[in-house]
Design a protein around this ligand. Structure first.
Ligand SMILES: NC(=O)c1ccc[n+]([C@@H]2O[C@H](COP(=O)([O-])OP(=O)(O)OC[C@H]3O[C@@H](n4cnc5c(N)ncnc54)[C@H](O)[C@@H]3O)[C@@H](O)[C@H]2O)c1
Ligand SMILES: N[C@H](CO)Cc1c[nH]c[nH+]1
Ligand SMILES: [Zn+2]
Length: 433
């Protein structure tokens, strides 16, 4: 019989917190629309103790910051950016542009055009999320975005040196030390000093994710990528200590980060619970991990792996770590997740920091309808058409006239009529004299 060994806080409590966040974000966006840069400055001072002369870093400031970063850190940034770039290039090369002739002289085509300007949000209010610079900016540049305006918040008034270095090395065209709703809103609506962009990509806390959600439409967004989530599917072969470490590795992101275990082994579940309790007090980030585990930690014991995968799908979790004897089964059995981590040889932290797949992933159920950030999110898949055969123009014009009139669209019908009649009588041609 399925059993719940640990459950999370009731959904109503979570919903109430979300409503509160949504209202605050709405008020900040409205204020920035009205007062522009002055409001941006006020919120940056309030939330991040940061109110410089200019939020944009000059090339000289960037050079000074990069010079402060230890050589090993820069080498690691370059290594990881190479991994991210390699994977992103494969994604780009997998995209097909084509033109097909569907009727004589009827040419239909598809192209992928990068957005002209993208905002790359690199989070970091609580701790530096340097790796998000690789994920957002390198990927945008592989997609061919000409203007990438990248924002990251200072951390309690301090410049995140490694993150700025990563933004620079990734190829950002503009770097702003600005975070939160104020950064997202400025990029979306444009202020005197920050030019508006066409699309904003990147992860963030509940405020950042909600700001992107509210501004969607006025600006494009990559996906809903809010507070981190992890779900582990484990059988009796899993090492309970590894499971506990992996759950806490993501719970440390913040007090609103869910960590869920679904296992077929009650013995593993009980050991995991003990390890988590033992590990938590020694975690330097326990201020985030403890409330996350207390309020959003769950342990479910189920009867079979099929049941485990089916239950896991209902969470549509951002990350799913599979620690079972045959982890690749998950590729067939699961549908709803941001990314899968198969077997004990890899982990969510590899995806977060080093391996090369993109760590900007859907949260709060968005994995039901989207995958994570990738080259394609910066591209617009557009179509075009051309007809170079008069008989086809006549035929399409006649069908168009009839089809449009069924829907009472007389204006549309006439566009079809003039082509049908014009090409039939030879009054229309491709090279008019
Ligand atoms: N889903 C993903 O792909 C993914 C990837 C990486 C990180 N994340 C998430 O990103 C988040 C990073 O969080 P963070 O806080 O360190 O950085 P952040 O950059 O997302 O947010 C920092 C900003 O939050 C704003 N803020 C803080 N308190 C506020 C309040 N009370 N009202 C309004 N605005 C407020 C501040 O303006 C600050 O600049 C974590 O939740 C992490 O889980 C998600
Ligand atoms: N786990 C985060 C995605 O939700 C990504 C990340 C970056 N650094 C640490 N973690
Ligand atoms: Zn992480």
């Amino acid at each position: 019989m399925p059993k719940v060994l640990k459950s999370a806080v009731p959904v109503e409590q979570v919903a109430a917190r979300r409503t509160d966040v949504a209202e605050r974000v709405r008020a900040i966006i409205a204020d920035i629309r009205e007062r522009g840069d002055a409001a941006v400055r006020d919120y940056s001072a309030k939330f991040d103790s940061w109110s410089p002369e200019s939020f944009r870093l000059s090339p000289e400031q960037v050079d000074q910051i990069v010079a402060r970063v230890p050589a090993q850190v820069l080498e690691d940034i370059r290594f990881v950016q190479d991994q991210v770039r390699t994977f992103a290039r494969h994604q780009r090369d997998s995209l097909r542009e084509f033109e097909v002739e569907t009727l004589p002289g009827v040419h239909l085509g598809q192209k992928h055009v990068p957005v002209a300007a993208a905002g790359a949000y690199v989070p970091g209010g609580r701790y530096p999320l340097t790796a998000s610079a690789h994920m957002t900016i390198v990927t945008a540049k592989v997609a061919g975005v000409p203007r990438v305006a990248a924002c990251t918040p200072p951390i309690r008034g301090e410049v995140p040196d490694a993150t700025v270095a990563a933004m620079h090395l990734a190829g950002a065209d503009e770097i702003y030390l600005l975070g939160g709703v104020q950064a997202v809103a400025a990029l979306a609506v444009g202020t005197e000093t920050i030019g508006r962009v066409d699309l904003i990509a990147g992860p963030g806390n509940a405020y950042v994710a909600e700001a992107k959600r509210q501004l969607f439409g006025e600006v494009g967004i990559d996906l809903f990528a809010g507070p981190t989530e992890v779900l582990v599917v484990a059988d009796q072969t899993a090492d309970p200590f590894v499971v506990a470490v992996d759950l806490l590795s993501q719970a440390e992101h913040g007090p609103d980060s869910p960590a869920v275990l679904i296992t077929t082994s009650e013995a593993v579940a009980r050991e995991v619970l003990d390890h988590v309790e033992a590990l938590l007090p020694g975690m330097p980030t326990r201020d985030f991990a403890e409330p996350a585990w207390r309020d959003h930690g769950e342990i479910h014991v189920v009867d079979s792996l099929d049941e485990a995968f089916a239950l896991a799908d209902t969470y549509a979790s951002e990350h799913v770590q599979v620690l079972t004897a045959e982890p690749r089964q998950a590729l067939e059995k699961m549908r709803d997740y941001g990314a899968l981590f198969l077997g004990p040889g890899t982990c969510v932290s590899f995806g977060d920091k080093v391996i090369g797949t993109n760590h900007v992933l859907p949260t709060r159920g968005a994995a039901r309808y989207t995958g994570g950030l990738w080259v394609g999110k910066y591209l617009k898949t557009v179509t075009y058409q051309e007809v170079t055969n008069s008989e086809s123009s006549v035929r399409l014009g006649e069908v168009c006239g009839r089809a449009a009139r069924v829907e009472l669209f007389e204006g549309h019908a006439r566009s079809g009529d003039v082509r049908a009649a014009g090409f039939r009588r030879g009054e229309l041609s491709w090279n008019p004299a």
